[in-house]
Write a protein of this length. Structure first.
Lengths: 430, 430
């Protein structure tokens, strides 16, 4: 039996906070203190932070005019693969203990320009790949929060900050968002710059945003990017939804399939149109070569770390680099050609529909902290590059969140967010 | 009257050196000492290096097995926008005095893996943009070497190293190669990774290679990338050449137009076919929006430097960032769409031809060191992404080199290099 996630958690809704600051009902300093309270109450248990600096944030929040900025001084968690000049940046790796970059990543500068206030660096798996950090799932600390953006998703879910940055090379935004019951937004490839974000794969790495709900991620992405991405002005239009029930990869579990059915039927009842969709073979081929692209590029992007500090890399990261070195360049070039053809096929496939609806992950967050789960339901979309949104709002019988994934057209980020908000609101009215 | 560049300069031909090392006629250590002699003789005058460490190279060249690597221990100059963990990296900027990155750029690691030996960092304009460093043109020290890869092009021309890395966002590989009379290779966009190369514009920045002649850059690019790019195995096929005599931008000067005519007629006499080509309007549109893409992205890529250290930026760099901040995101998105359509048009335009032949620069290197010249003849190709090769071999009446530019099909890097070698050999046999 699928039910809504009960609002027992202390999530901080960014858009609502911003409006209350604008209205003079709340100050940025008060928001920091709310974060501080949540962190004091649960950080020991959750472990979302690789580095936390509330005192710096308390100083920074005194800057005049902060409440008049687009982000109104709202606190941010920054995944610890984004370079920061004023906080350590360790990339979840033993190669970089206490590393202090010489500059901020472009996205970090853009957040600061828009009036966002970084309060700490959040736990990432090693180089945003497989090896988990210390973070636990706020909905059940015996379960993984997902990865690689573990601390960002868990920290939003636990109310440690209203907004966080993440990145996705396989499924590292959408999956942890699903596991932690928060909204996650992986924009169209290239919409948010990745300069100063530790690279694993330059054709896959995509910067993303976490926040409590869909309107909150849209608000944050709009403010950071300066783009027209907000969806909170009125009721979103009813989307034409294609449900991907038979993907060319292993099926989701029963809980997750039920969540997608619930989301689809609820959206239909609210006015959306539904149809089934089957992916053509070329998209199955593209799914199959994601790992090859990632490994080939990781072997070069992480060459220094592998060549000079291989003994401080995890077995998974070493194997990624080694498998990448073993790939023939002709196979890599073939994979790039398959990618191009698959993108064209996907664009054609979406004629007449607004979004594809699919699971965000194979199921709810698995028990245990040894793995952050698999990117089965995400990696094709990372390779194809369209906007993806994890819509929170459902949970399984044990109280763990189940997210559904809204996949839009490449470059149609606002439409994808609008459709995701439509689904989210429909679920909220059940 | 156009003549060949006299071989009075002491250029070190990489391919020949590699073959002689392979044959046991020369050791990598002896090559280092040749570089050291040339540097001792002319570096004070030329100023190619931002940082030079011959002693480190003399130690590194003792590594066993170096002569059996693809690059056979050949010395490299690294443009000082590529991060190096063992040498300072200042990006030509007063923001980063003595900066020591925590790791090597991906391309630097790939050079080391292939057995290349970095001996120093070469002078770049500030952040590879406009403001010149100290470098002078080896063919006439009163003239600019071109930029932004000033030290790499001048250093190859002066025999300081046989191979160097460069980067091109506007015309920063092809133009200095033309001005200094060396081969310059700007590969297809993305062929050489830009991870760890200071970013100005993520849709434009392209890593490239300098060496004495076309076969040398092809050898170096092949060894570094692991790709089948060498063109020295036999006589290159006679290419179908389209001569771009009436581009949608200001004409080259008479010297340069004569150089292109000479190259075209000489190649035709050697068996190449010639035709004229006119660029469709969409390519003129693309030419026109290069600057917009560069500025929009630079305003974000250099956000930290602009926001935190604006007083240490040159006026040109500040203006680039400021103009980028003033660009409407809708105009940027339009520019990206124009880019996409123009790339498709260019692909169609090249049906039935192998290369476009055009000037590498408006003329020979201008007098004075206050400017490194303009990217008029390069920036469209940087935006479009096809491989470009500067073919050296001609000079004007004052002894300054005039390079011609061979533009291939996107992804057809080996064919472009082969055609460039055909033109170079035809010029050499005159």
């Amino acid at each position: 039996m699928l039910d809504r996630v009960t609002p027992k958690n202390a999530m901080l809704p960014a858009l609502d906070l911003a409006r209350r600051i604008e209205a003079g009902e709340l100050t940025p300093a008060q928001v920091i203190e709310r974060c501080a309270e949540a962190i004091a109450a649960r950080e020991t248990e959750i472990g979302a932070f690789a580095h936390l600096d509330l005192d710096r944030a308390r100083q920074a929040v005194k800057a005049p005019g902060l409440k008049d900025t687009p982000l109104r001084g709202l606190p941010f968690g920054l995944k610890d693969i984004f370079d920061t000049a004023d906080m350590p940046t360790e990339y979840g790796s033993r190669v970089y203990p206490g590393h202090r970059p010489a500059n901020d990543a472009a996205l970090v500068s853009m957040i600061r320009r828009a009036g966002g206030l970084p309060i700490g660096k959040t736990v990432t798996t090693e180089f945003a790949h497989l090896d988990p950090g210390k973070t636990r799932n706020p909905h059940n600390p015996a379960h993984t929060p997902g990865g690689s953006s573990s601390g960002s998703a868990a920290g939003v879910a636990a109310g440690f900050f209203p907004i966080a940055t993440g990145s996705q090379t396989g499924g590292s935004v959408i999956r942890p968002a699903s596991y932690c019951g928060v909204a996650g937004f992986k924009p169209s490839f290239g919409l948010l710059p990745t300069i100063g974000m530790k690279c694993v794969s330059w054709h896959l790495d995509t910067a993303g945003i976490f926040a409590a709900g869909v309107a909150d991620v849209a608000f944050a992405a709009a403010a950071v990017s300066g783009r027209d991405l907000r969806v909170d002005a009125g009721a979103p239009a009813a989307p034409r939804i294609a449900v991907l029930r038979n993907p060319p990869w292993p099926a989701a579990n029963a809980d997750m399939n039920a969540a997608v059915e619930t989301a689809a039927r609820t959206a239909e009842a609210a006015g959306a149109s539904l149809r089934d969709i089957e992916l053509p073979a070329i998209l199955g081929d593209a799914y199959g070569i994601h790992r090859l692209v990632q490994a080939y590029e990781a072997a070069r992007a992480l060459a220094y770390e592998y060549d000079r500090h291989g003994d401080r890399l995890s077995k998974n990261t070493r194997e990624l680099a080694e498998s990448g070195l073993a790939i023939n360049v002709a196979d890599y070039d073939d994979a790039r050609r398959i990618t191009k053809r698959a993108r064209q096929a996907l664009a054609g496939l979406m004629d007449g529909i607004d979004i594809i609806l699919s699971p965000s992950a194979p199921g709810a967050a698995p028990e245990g902290l040894g793995s952050t789960g698999t990117s089965t339901f995400n990696r094709l979309w990372t390779l194809m590059g369209p906007p993806c949104v994890n819509v929170p709002g459902l949970m399984n019988s044990t109280g763990l969140p189940l997210g559904v994934q809204v996949i839009g057209r490449f470059g149609g980020d606002r439409a994808a967010l609008g459709a995701a908000l439509f689904v989210e609101r429909a679920l909220g009215r059940r």
